[in-house]
Write a protein that binds this ligand. Sequence first.
Ligand SMILES: [Zn+2]
Length: 406
Amino acid sequence: MVAKNSGSKAKDPFDRVRRSVKKAEIEGLVKSLVKIPSHSQVPTREKEVAQFLKEYLEDEGIEVKLRQVEKDRPNVIAVVKGSGNGKSLMLNGHTDTVPPYEMDIPPFVPKVDGGKLYGRGSLDMKGGLGAMAMTLIALDRAKVALKGDLYLAAVVGEEERSEGTEDIVLKGPKADMAIVGEPTDLEIQPSHRGLEWFDIHFYGKAAHGGQADRGVNAISMASRFVNLLETGLLPKLRAKGSSVMLPPTLNVGVIRGGQQPSSVADHCVVKIDRRWTPEEDLQTVFQEIYDIFDTLKKADPRFKAELKRDNTNMKTMTHVPNYVPEDHRLVKSLKGSVASVTGEQPKVTSFWGWTDAALMTHFGKTPTVVFGPGGKGAHSRTEYVLTNDLQTCMLVYAKTAMDLCG
Ligand SMILES: [Zn+2]
Protein backbone atom coordinates (compact mmCIF):
# COMPACT_ATOMS: atom_id res chain seq x y z
CA MET A 1 0.00 0.00 0.00
CA VAL A 2 1.66 3.22 -1.12
CA ALA A 3 0.29 6.69 -0.59
CA LYS A 4 -0.25 8.71 -3.77
CA ASN A 5 2.43 11.28 -4.23
CA SER A 6 0.38 14.41 -3.66
CA GLY A 7 2.84 16.95 -2.41
CA SER A 8 6.19 17.00 -0.72
CA LYS A 9 5.50 18.70 2.58
CA ALA A 10 3.35 16.08 4.30
CA LYS A 11 2.88 16.78 7.99
CA ASP A 12 2.58 13.16 9.03
CA PRO A 13 6.18 11.93 9.43
CA PHE A 14 5.37 8.45 8.15
CA ASP A 15 3.81 9.96 5.03
CA ARG A 16 7.04 11.80 4.47
CA VAL A 17 8.94 8.50 4.83
CA ARG A 18 6.66 6.83 2.26
CA ARG A 19 7.32 9.60 -0.22
CA SER A 20 11.03 9.93 0.38
CA VAL A 21 12.08 6.70 -1.34
CA LYS A 22 10.51 5.24 -4.49
CA LYS A 23 10.19 1.53 -5.10
CA ALA A 24 12.47 1.78 -8.16
CA GLU A 25 15.21 3.24 -5.98
CA ILE A 26 15.17 0.29 -3.56
CA GLU A 27 15.22 -2.09 -6.53
CA GLY A 28 18.16 -0.16 -7.94
CA LEU A 29 20.16 -0.51 -4.74
CA VAL A 30 19.39 -4.24 -4.45
CA LYS A 31 20.45 -4.75 -8.09
CA SER A 32 23.73 -2.95 -7.41
CA LEU A 33 24.36 -5.18 -4.40
CA VAL A 34 23.59 -8.36 -6.39
CA LYS A 35 25.96 -7.22 -9.19
CA ILE A 36 28.92 -7.37 -6.81
CA PRO A 37 29.79 -11.03 -6.07
CA SER A 38 30.52 -11.54 -2.37
CA HIS A 39 30.64 -15.29 -1.87
CA SER A 40 33.39 -17.45 -0.39
CA GLN A 41 35.08 -18.11 -3.77
CA VAL A 42 35.65 -14.39 -4.46
CA PRO A 43 39.25 -13.58 -3.41
CA THR A 44 38.18 -10.25 -1.89
CA ARG A 45 35.08 -11.80 -0.31
CA GLU A 46 32.66 -9.12 1.00
CA LYS A 47 35.13 -6.22 0.64
CA GLU A 48 33.77 -4.66 -2.59
CA VAL A 49 30.12 -4.90 -1.62
CA ALA A 50 30.88 -3.40 1.81
CA GLN A 51 32.84 -0.56 0.21
CA PHE A 52 29.98 0.09 -2.22
CA LEU A 53 27.35 0.16 0.53
CA LYS A 54 29.49 2.49 2.64
CA GLU A 55 29.87 4.96 -0.23
CA TYR A 56 26.17 4.74 -1.08
CA LEU A 57 25.21 5.67 2.48
CA GLU A 58 27.93 8.31 2.68
CA ASP A 59 26.58 10.01 -0.45
CA GLU A 60 23.27 10.30 1.39
CA GLY A 61 24.95 11.95 4.34
CA ILE A 62 24.49 8.96 6.65
CA GLU A 63 27.14 8.41 9.34
CA VAL A 64 28.87 5.18 8.30
CA LYS A 65 32.13 3.32 8.80
CA LEU A 66 33.82 0.07 7.91
CA ARG A 67 35.21 -2.06 10.72
CA GLN A 68 37.48 -4.98 9.86
CA VAL A 69 36.35 -8.30 11.29
CA GLU A 70 39.20 -10.17 9.68
CA LYS A 71 41.77 -8.86 7.21
CA ASP A 72 39.88 -7.17 4.32
CA ARG A 73 36.54 -8.43 5.59
CA PRO A 74 34.74 -5.38 6.96
CA ASN A 75 31.34 -4.99 8.57
CA VAL A 76 29.51 -1.84 7.51
CA ILE A 77 28.13 0.03 10.52
CA ALA A 78 25.83 2.99 9.93
CA VAL A 79 23.69 5.03 12.28
CA VAL A 80 20.93 7.60 12.23
CA LYS A 81 21.48 9.21 15.61
CA GLY A 82 18.56 9.92 17.91
CA SER A 83 18.26 12.95 20.14
CA GLY A 84 18.66 10.82 23.28
CA ASN A 85 16.55 9.01 25.88
CA GLY A 86 14.99 6.60 23.41
CA LYS A 87 15.36 2.88 22.75
CA SER A 88 17.85 1.92 20.06
CA LEU A 89 17.15 -0.48 17.21
CA MET A 90 19.58 -2.35 14.98
CA LEU A 91 18.82 -3.63 11.48
CA ASN A 92 21.15 -6.54 10.74
CA GLY A 93 21.78 -8.13 7.36
CA HIS A 94 24.64 -10.16 5.90
CA THR A 95 26.65 -9.02 2.89
CA ASP A 96 27.94 -12.48 1.91
CA THR A 97 26.03 -15.00 -0.20
CA VAL A 98 26.55 -18.63 -1.07
CA PRO A 99 28.50 -19.24 -4.32
CA PRO A 100 26.49 -19.39 -7.57
CA TYR A 101 27.19 -23.14 -8.01
CA GLU A 102 25.32 -23.99 -11.22
CA MET A 103 22.56 -21.45 -11.40
CA ASP A 104 19.98 -21.52 -14.18
CA ILE A 105 20.11 -17.71 -14.36
CA PRO A 106 23.04 -15.30 -14.71
CA PRO A 107 23.96 -14.98 -11.01
CA PHE A 108 25.40 -11.46 -11.11
CA VAL A 109 23.35 -9.80 -13.86
CA PRO A 110 20.24 -8.91 -11.87
CA LYS A 111 17.02 -8.70 -13.86
CA VAL A 112 13.52 -7.64 -12.84
CA ASP A 113 10.68 -9.51 -14.50
CA GLY A 114 7.05 -9.77 -13.38
CA GLY A 115 7.68 -8.29 -9.94
CA LYS A 116 10.64 -10.59 -9.27
CA LEU A 117 14.26 -9.52 -8.98
CA TYR A 118 16.54 -12.40 -10.01
CA GLY A 119 20.16 -13.08 -9.06
CA ARG A 120 22.40 -14.79 -6.50
CA GLY A 121 21.72 -13.31 -3.10
CA SER A 122 18.63 -11.37 -4.22
CA LEU A 123 16.58 -13.21 -1.60
CA ASP A 124 19.33 -14.36 0.79
CA MET A 125 19.74 -11.59 1.59
CA LYS A 126 20.74 -8.55 -0.43
CA GLY A 127 17.01 -7.82 -0.83
CA GLY A 128 16.46 -7.48 2.90
CA LEU A 129 19.80 -5.70 3.30
CA GLY A 130 18.93 -3.15 0.59
CA ALA A 131 15.55 -2.49 2.21
CA MET A 132 17.33 -1.98 5.55
CA ALA A 133 19.87 0.48 4.14
CA MET A 134 17.03 2.38 2.44
CA THR A 135 15.22 2.61 5.78
CA LEU A 136 18.03 4.75 7.22
CA ILE A 137 18.04 6.88 4.07
CA ALA A 138 14.25 7.31 4.09
CA LEU A 139 14.13 8.38 7.75
CA ASP A 140 17.01 10.77 7.20
CA ARG A 141 15.49 12.32 4.07
CA ALA A 142 12.09 12.63 5.75
CA LYS A 143 13.79 14.36 8.69
CA VAL A 144 12.05 12.10 11.18
CA ALA A 145 13.22 12.98 14.68
CA LEU A 146 14.02 9.78 16.58
CA LYS A 147 14.98 9.70 20.25
CA GLY A 148 16.90 6.43 20.15
CA ASP A 149 19.61 5.50 17.63
CA LEU A 150 18.82 3.45 14.55
CA TYR A 151 21.75 1.26 13.42
CA LEU A 152 22.48 -0.71 10.31
CA ALA A 153 24.94 -3.59 10.66
CA ALA A 154 25.83 -5.13 7.29
CA VAL A 155 27.84 -8.13 8.44
CA VAL A 156 30.27 -10.60 6.84
CA GLY A 157 30.34 -14.37 6.94
CA GLU A 158 26.81 -15.35 7.94
CA GLU A 159 26.83 -18.20 5.45
CA GLU A 160 29.93 -19.64 7.08
CA ARG A 161 30.89 -18.85 10.67
CA SER A 162 28.87 -15.74 11.52
CA GLU A 163 32.09 -13.89 12.25
CA GLY A 164 30.48 -10.55 11.35
CA THR A 165 27.70 -10.71 13.90
CA GLU A 166 30.05 -12.17 16.53
CA ASP A 167 32.12 -9.02 16.09
CA ILE A 168 29.03 -6.82 16.58
CA VAL A 169 28.08 -8.77 19.71
CA LEU A 170 31.61 -8.45 21.14
CA LYS A 171 32.45 -4.87 20.15
CA GLY A 172 29.07 -3.20 19.63
CA PRO A 173 27.27 -1.11 18.82
CA LYS A 174 24.85 -2.51 21.36
CA ALA A 175 21.20 -1.87 20.59
CA ASP A 176 18.14 -2.48 22.78
CA MET A 177 16.43 -4.52 20.06
CA ALA A 178 17.25 -5.79 16.59
CA ILE A 179 15.74 -7.15 13.40
CA VAL A 180 17.51 -9.58 11.06
CA GLY A 181 16.25 -9.20 7.49
CA GLU A 182 16.50 -12.82 6.30
CA PRO A 183 13.63 -13.78 3.95
CA THR A 184 10.48 -14.68 5.90
CA ASP A 185 7.78 -13.95 3.34
CA LEU A 186 6.69 -10.97 5.48
CA GLU A 187 6.01 -13.28 8.43
CA ILE A 188 7.30 -12.22 11.85
CA GLN A 189 9.63 -14.91 13.18
CA PRO A 190 10.74 -14.36 16.78
CA SER A 191 12.08 -17.88 17.19
CA HIS A 192 14.13 -20.60 15.56
CA ARG A 193 16.02 -23.71 16.61
CA GLY A 194 19.68 -23.95 17.51
CA LEU A 195 22.07 -25.72 15.14
CA GLU A 196 24.75 -28.17 16.18
CA TRP A 197 27.03 -30.10 13.85
CA PHE A 198 28.85 -33.16 15.07
CA ASP A 199 30.85 -36.08 13.72
CA ILE A 200 30.58 -39.65 14.90
CA HIS A 201 33.74 -41.66 14.33
CA PHE A 202 33.45 -45.46 14.18
CA TYR A 203 36.57 -47.56 14.71
CA GLY A 204 36.95 -51.12 13.41
CA LYS A 205 39.83 -53.44 12.52
CA ALA A 206 41.22 -53.81 9.00
CA ALA A 207 41.36 -57.23 7.33
CA HIS A 208 41.27 -58.72 3.84
CA GLY A 209 37.79 -58.90 2.33
CA GLY A 210 38.35 -62.65 1.73
CA GLN A 211 38.86 -63.10 5.49
CA ALA A 212 36.41 -60.44 6.61
CA ASP A 213 35.54 -62.21 9.87
CA ARG A 214 39.07 -61.49 11.12
CA GLY A 215 38.31 -57.77 11.02
CA VAL A 216 35.72 -55.44 12.49
CA ASN A 217 33.81 -53.43 9.90
CA ALA A 218 33.47 -49.76 10.85
CA ILE A 219 30.92 -49.22 8.06
CA SER A 220 28.65 -51.93 9.52
CA MET A 221 28.91 -50.22 12.93
CA ALA A 222 27.99 -46.89 11.35
CA SER A 223 25.00 -48.39 9.57
CA ARG A 224 23.69 -49.92 12.81
CA PHE A 225 24.05 -46.52 14.42
CA VAL A 226 22.27 -44.64 11.61
CA ASN A 227 19.48 -47.21 11.75
CA LEU A 228 18.89 -46.63 15.48
CA LEU A 229 19.16 -42.87 14.98
CA GLU A 230 16.38 -42.86 12.42
CA THR A 231 14.09 -45.52 13.85
CA GLY A 232 14.62 -44.73 17.53
CA LEU A 233 15.77 -41.18 18.18
CA LEU A 234 14.18 -39.22 15.32
CA PRO A 235 10.57 -40.26 16.10
CA LYS A 236 11.24 -39.38 19.78
CA LEU A 237 12.39 -35.89 18.79
CA ARG A 238 9.31 -35.35 16.65
CA ALA A 239 7.09 -36.51 19.51
CA LYS A 240 8.92 -34.29 21.98
CA GLY A 241 8.06 -31.20 19.87
CA SER A 242 8.34 -27.68 21.27
CA SER A 243 5.84 -25.24 22.71
CA VAL A 244 7.61 -22.24 21.16
CA MET A 245 9.09 -23.34 17.84
CA LEU A 246 9.36 -26.15 15.30
CA PRO A 247 10.16 -29.58 16.79
CA PRO A 248 13.77 -30.70 17.23
CA THR A 249 15.17 -32.74 14.37
CA LEU A 250 18.33 -34.27 12.94
CA ASN A 251 19.80 -35.12 9.56
CA VAL A 252 22.59 -37.50 8.58
CA GLY A 253 24.35 -35.36 5.99
CA VAL A 254 27.60 -37.18 5.23
CA ILE A 255 28.96 -40.71 5.56
CA ARG A 256 32.52 -41.55 4.65
CA GLY A 257 34.44 -44.74 5.26
CA GLY A 258 36.59 -47.52 3.87
CA GLN A 259 39.38 -47.73 1.25
CA GLN A 260 38.29 -50.24 -1.41
CA PRO A 261 35.86 -53.18 -1.77
CA SER A 262 38.33 -55.90 -0.75
CA SER A 263 39.29 -54.34 2.58
CA VAL A 264 37.39 -54.37 5.84
CA ALA A 265 36.95 -50.70 6.73
CA ASP A 266 38.67 -49.74 9.98
CA HIS A 267 37.25 -46.22 10.07
CA CYS A 268 34.00 -44.54 9.15
CA VAL A 269 32.65 -41.11 9.95
CA VAL A 270 29.06 -39.86 9.94
CA LYS A 271 28.26 -36.13 10.00
CA ILE A 272 25.07 -34.99 11.66
CA ASP A 273 23.04 -31.77 11.71
CA ARG A 274 20.97 -31.50 14.88
CA ARG A 275 18.37 -28.73 15.35
CA TRP A 276 17.58 -28.18 19.02
CA THR A 277 15.03 -26.16 20.98
CA PRO A 278 15.25 -24.07 24.18
CA GLU A 279 13.50 -26.95 25.97
CA GLU A 280 16.64 -29.03 25.32
CA ASP A 281 20.30 -28.37 26.02
CA LEU A 282 23.49 -29.53 24.36
CA GLN A 283 24.24 -32.00 27.14
CA THR A 284 20.93 -33.80 26.45
CA VAL A 285 21.62 -33.69 22.73
CA PHE A 286 24.95 -35.49 23.23
CA GLN A 287 23.59 -37.87 25.89
CA GLU A 288 21.00 -39.20 23.43
CA ILE A 289 23.90 -40.19 21.16
CA TYR A 290 25.85 -41.83 24.02
CA ASP A 291 22.71 -43.82 24.87
CA ILE A 292 22.69 -45.25 21.35
CA PHE A 293 26.40 -46.12 21.74
CA ASP A 294 25.53 -48.05 24.95
CA THR A 295 22.73 -49.98 23.26
CA LEU A 296 24.98 -50.98 20.38
CA LYS A 297 27.88 -51.93 22.66
CA LYS A 298 25.62 -54.21 24.65
CA ALA A 299 24.55 -55.95 21.45
CA ASP A 300 28.15 -56.22 20.19
CA PRO A 301 31.13 -55.58 22.51
CA ARG A 302 33.34 -54.79 19.50
CA PHE A 303 31.32 -51.61 18.86
CA LYS A 304 33.57 -48.56 19.23
CA ALA A 305 32.53 -44.99 18.49
CA GLU A 306 33.35 -41.42 19.46
CA LEU A 307 31.43 -38.17 19.23
CA LYS A 308 33.25 -34.97 18.22
CA ARG A 309 31.72 -31.52 17.85
CA ASP A 310 32.26 -30.02 14.40
CA ASN A 311 32.94 -26.34 14.91
CA THR A 312 33.68 -25.45 11.30
CA ASN A 313 30.38 -23.54 10.99
CA MET A 314 31.03 -21.30 14.00
CA LYS A 315 33.76 -19.04 15.31
CA THR A 316 33.44 -19.04 19.11
CA MET A 317 29.71 -18.78 19.85
CA THR A 318 27.55 -21.90 19.94
CA HIS A 319 24.64 -21.73 17.52
CA VAL A 320 21.95 -21.60 20.17
CA PRO A 321 18.19 -21.34 19.47
CA ASN A 322 16.62 -17.90 19.11
CA TYR A 323 13.60 -17.10 21.21
CA VAL A 324 11.85 -13.79 21.83
CA PRO A 325 8.40 -14.09 23.50
CA GLU A 326 5.41 -13.11 21.40
CA ASP A 327 4.35 -10.48 23.91
CA HIS A 328 7.73 -8.71 23.67
CA ARG A 329 7.55 -5.07 22.67
CA LEU A 330 9.55 -5.67 19.49
CA VAL A 331 7.17 -8.38 18.25
CA LYS A 332 4.12 -6.26 19.11
CA SER A 333 5.61 -3.27 17.33
CA LEU A 334 6.40 -5.31 14.22
CA LYS A 335 2.86 -6.70 14.22
CA GLY A 336 1.41 -3.20 14.33
CA SER A 337 3.75 -2.01 11.57
CA VAL A 338 2.95 -4.90 9.22
CA ALA A 339 -0.79 -4.45 9.79
CA SER A 340 -0.56 -0.74 9.13
CA VAL A 341 1.65 -1.01 6.03
CA THR A 342 -0.04 -4.01 4.35
CA GLY A 343 -3.57 -3.72 5.74
CA GLU A 344 -3.40 -7.39 6.72
CA GLN A 345 -2.86 -9.18 10.01
CA PRO A 346 0.69 -10.58 10.00
CA LYS A 347 1.50 -14.19 10.76
CA VAL A 348 3.86 -14.89 13.66
CA THR A 349 5.74 -18.10 12.93
CA SER A 350 9.00 -19.90 13.65
CA PHE A 351 11.89 -19.72 11.17
CA TRP A 352 12.95 -23.15 9.87
CA GLY A 353 16.65 -22.25 9.53
CA TRP A 354 19.28 -20.78 11.84
CA THR A 355 20.22 -17.08 11.73
CA ASP A 356 22.50 -14.51 13.36
CA ALA A 357 19.47 -13.39 15.40
CA ALA A 358 20.33 -16.12 17.93
CA LEU A 359 23.78 -14.64 18.62
CA MET A 360 22.29 -11.17 19.09
CA THR A 361 19.54 -12.37 21.44
CA HIS A 362 21.53 -14.87 23.46
CA PHE A 363 25.10 -13.54 23.62
CA GLY A 364 24.41 -9.87 22.88
CA LYS A 365 21.37 -9.64 25.18
CA THR A 366 19.62 -7.77 22.35
CA PRO A 367 16.22 -9.37 21.68
CA THR A 368 16.22 -10.00 17.91
CA VAL A 369 13.43 -11.01 15.55
CA VAL A 370 13.68 -12.14 11.93
CA PHE A 371 11.55 -10.31 9.37
CA GLY A 372 12.18 -9.99 5.65
CA PRO A 373 10.80 -10.21 2.13
CA GLY A 374 9.35 -13.14 0.22
CA GLY A 375 10.69 -14.89 -2.86
CA LYS A 376 12.12 -18.27 -3.78
CA GLY A 377 15.33 -20.18 -4.31
CA ALA A 378 17.76 -19.19 -1.54
CA HIS A 379 20.95 -21.26 -2.11
CA SER A 380 19.40 -22.84 -5.23
CA ARG A 381 19.48 -22.57 -9.02
CA THR A 382 16.90 -19.83 -9.54
CA GLU A 383 16.79 -17.19 -6.82
CA TYR A 384 14.53 -14.17 -6.73
CA VAL A 385 13.03 -11.67 -4.31
CA LEU A 386 9.58 -10.09 -4.71
CA THR A 387 10.06 -6.41 -5.51
CA ASN A 388 6.81 -5.29 -3.83
CA ASP A 389 8.08 -6.91 -0.63
CA LEU A 390 11.26 -4.83 -0.73
CA GLN A 391 9.23 -1.68 -0.38
CA THR A 392 6.89 -3.23 2.17
CA CYS A 393 9.90 -4.29 4.27
CA MET A 394 11.44 -0.83 4.09
CA LEU A 395 8.17 0.72 5.30
CA VAL A 396 7.75 -1.88 8.07
CA TYR A 397 11.34 -1.35 9.28
CA ALA A 398 10.83 2.42 9.22
CA LYS A 399 7.51 2.31 11.05
CA THR A 400 8.92 -0.05 13.67
CA ALA A 401 11.93 2.23 14.18
CA MET A 402 9.64 5.23 14.61
CA ASP A 403 7.54 3.32 17.11
CA LEU A 404 10.40 1.81 19.15
CA CYS A 405 12.98 4.62 18.99
CA GLY A 406 10.31 7.20 19.76
ZN1 LIG B 1 20.86 -15.59 4.87
